[in-house]
Write a protein that binds this ligand. Sequence first.
Ligand code: ZN
Length: 303
Amino acid sequence: MQPVHPYRPNVFSGSPLDRIGAIRKDEAQVSARLAHPSTVVLPVWRARNLIVGDAPAPSPGALLPDLAQALLSSHPWALLGEHAGRTLVAVDLSSLDAPIPPNHPGRFEDLRRAGGMLTPADAAILAYARGLMHWRTRTRFCSVCGASCVAGSAGHVMACTGCGVTHFPRSDPAVIMLVVHQDRALLGQPARFRDVPLFTTLAGFVEPGESLEEAVAREVNEEAGVRVGNVRYRSSQPWPFPASLMLGFTAEAEDDVLTIDTEELVQARWFTRDELRARSGIVLPPDLSIARRLIDEWVDLSP
Ligand SMILES: [Zn+2]
């Protein structure tokens, strides 16, 4: 097995785009870029991205130019950035039952399925498009006063037409952690995978008023009844399903006695490295997930 290096970008990060934030408010330049024939328009439809080509090497699908121009004028869009001299734009077509004609190249797929087969750059660009379009379509009305919002800054701001508040794209921080006690690591079988012997790291959303380290300790204690210390940051992963930023940690348990929250977990167990290498009778999370990376990094450590 190849060693896993902490500086390797996680899947859905490592975008090559220049986000060109400085021109978002320049409406003339943004309009010119939207209309330029080389501009790449990436559609999102009901949380799925357009994908062309088949496994093992699919790639992002773009709207054909004439269709792109027609749809941009009547659907939520945002400027993603530029790469290799071309502008990239995302557009959300969720209001259409048939977003593209039958003869248009590509099909709409869940990025969690295609993400691991795309190049890292393509996966990151599509994750960015998916996350931004999710926010656009969920920010049509002001959460303060209920009036409608209008898009500004090339789709990166939603401004309220009532009270004037401006809303910005959000990512929800979530901690995800591999808990270790001596030579064993703690993995749980989530309640939503009751029918599959999937064992993965514990995780949960950060609550207001707590640090990341406190969120790690609280979540582990709530789900498994274990107190942890020595919380160490490892790496992070954009997880736009729909709007999370996963923050990966390791933590050391004070003891190995478990008290499981059965609403969250079917069961939780301590595994040795050899048991995780053998994987007999259990399924680990997919390669593209930071959960898997946290597990692989620990398994790769000697002994
Ligand atoms: Zn408002």
